[in-house]
Design a protein. Sequence first.
Length: 356
Amino acid sequence: MKLRFTRHACFGGLAALTAFALTACGDPGSASGAGGGSTVIGVDYPRSDTDFWNSYIKYTPEFAKELGLNLKTTNSQNDVAKLTANAQTFISQGVKGVAMAPQDTAAIAPTLAQMEAKKIPVVTVDTRPDTGNVYMVVRADNRAYGEKACQFLGTKLGGKGKVVMLQGDLASINGRDRTEAFNACMKQNFPAIKVLGEATNWDGAVAAQKLQTDLTAHPDIKGVYMQSSFALAGTLQVLKQKGLLVGPEDKKHVFIVSNDGIPEELKDIAAGKIDATVSQPADLYAKYALYYLKAAIEGKTFRPGKTDHDSTIIQVRDGLLEDQLSAPLVTADGGTYAGVPSLKSDDPSLWGNNLG
């Protein structure tokens, strides 16, 4: 459903009306120049070394223009110290709000406290801070990522064998959620499958080295769960070196599930190199991060419930809301696996099939 617009009682400009109530009015002065391109916001890009985040970087200025926001950007390069410094830059530039995607979700707390003290609303994208307040978290259900990967691999392996889980960074809520959910699902539904968990710190070279070691020690490994496409190229190279990069009809095939939904993954699924991914909505992350920042500046508030953009807002803890956007399982056949439906890799609704 498209977002509908109406006039809000507190403002003369346009305000988005979602499927849940707007419960409070803010100070009109906080929305200086809103809608005319003069409302300055800051967006910190967490990194630019993956196709997923480069796609997010591409979408952000497009949606800023649509929403009439003046965009200032920085790149913290997966370094919380740089993110802290970038936040200081935004403060000095007089931004009205900040969107960020802190990769270390514990260490960001002091920066969030400083932003709160200065009444600068923050929206976090893809990650949720362990402590501290933000206006909204824009994210998909990362536990569902791990569960979907588990159900797919467990079904494909017939409930037995060995799989490698190439974890992200366990300092990140995303890495923890995906890891815990995958392990819990395997234990409950496929107890005969042995999971070899490997921490990688979202580093492709580390992931490839650990997969190489695991395949040498356990040549009977039949599945790999990559918690992000950061490990895609290295995983395929390792399998090729070992003569295991073969189609799913070959008994030597190692079943692979990834997370992200980048174009390369979708092509690799169609080619039989990997078998599935969970499509993180890079486009919607950019769109709704800015949408909620604008709402914050205009003094709107939200409450838990279904939205009009196929998502659900949940209350994570007291005072912290998270808009969990849709993230479908993607496979070659669009089948259902242990009750989990999927989309075919060529489905036109997937953002990875719509990048220019």
